[in-house]
Each structure stands twice: as structure tokens, then as C-alpha cells.
Design a protein around this ligand. Structure first.
Ligand SMILES: [Zn+2]
Ligand SMILES: [Zn+2]
Ligand SMILES: [Zn+2]
Length: 110
């Protein structure tokens, strides 16, 4: 079972995902991890450690984006795992960031 496709449309964090993190020798990790365990996986398997403000490079499938360690797990979940974005005010799920952004303006404006 790879990239578990559950019955629900919005990949819950409890689903299993396959790690596409590039390892040193050009191989990809390919280990399975639970979505809500990703930061632990990063730390224990890929030795991504440091303070929350440490600059790290996302090595997910040659992504190469540089960002704070604090944001890395969220970046991977949103960008690479297609976990649904959620409005933190009302909890509605959205598949696209700009849709969520538009929604947020009206949701928080009242
Ligand atoms: Zn991995
Ligand atoms: Zn990335
Ligand atoms: Zn909302």
C-alpha cells in the first residue's frame, strides 16, 4: 500500500505516505510514514534537526526550496502530500491555497 488513498477526499494526517526525500546518493527515502509523524521522521531518518529558525533545504523530490525548519513539515504536507488546507477559523477544507486565502478574508472579516 503506497500513498494510501482513503475513502475521504482530503488525505487525513493519519494516512500513510511514502517519503520522497532525496538521500545523499541520489536515492529517495521511500519509507512510509504517517502524516502526523512527519517531523519525527525528518528528525530521526534524515537528521533534520536544529532550532525552529534554522534554514533548511527541502529535498523532497528535488524541490530545493529553502525555508525555516519550523515551516518545513507544513510545507511538505501542503505542497508535496496534498493534504487539504484547512481554514483555522471555521475548519472548512480547501484543496487550493488561493481558494482558502479568499475564503479567509470573508471568514475572518466578520
Ligand atoms: Zn524519509
Ligand atoms: Zn518542497
Ligand atoms: Zn473559515
Amino acid at each position: 500500500m503506497i500513498m494510501a488513498q482513503s475513502a475521504s477526499a482530503d488525505h487525513p494526517l493519519s494516512d500513510l505516505f511514502q517519503c520522497k526525500w532525496d538521500d545523499k546518493d541520489g536515492f529517495q527515502c521511500n519509507n512510509l510514514f504517517y502524516g502526523n509523524n512527519f517531523s519525527v521522521h525528518l528528525r530521526e531518518v534524515h537528521q533534520i534537526i536544529g532550532g525552529n529558525m534554522a534554514r533548511v533545504r527541502c529535498q523532497w523530490n528535488h524541490c530545493g526550496m529553502e525555508l525555516n525548519l519550523d515551516n518545513l513539515a507544513r510545507h511538505v504536507k501542503e505542497r508535496h502530500l496534498s493534504i487539504a488546507l484547512r481554514c483555522d477559523i471555521c475548519g472548512r477544507g480547501f484543496s487550493r491555497r488561493d481558494t482558502l486565502h479568499n475564503h479567509r478574508e470573508t471568514c475572518s472579516g466578520s
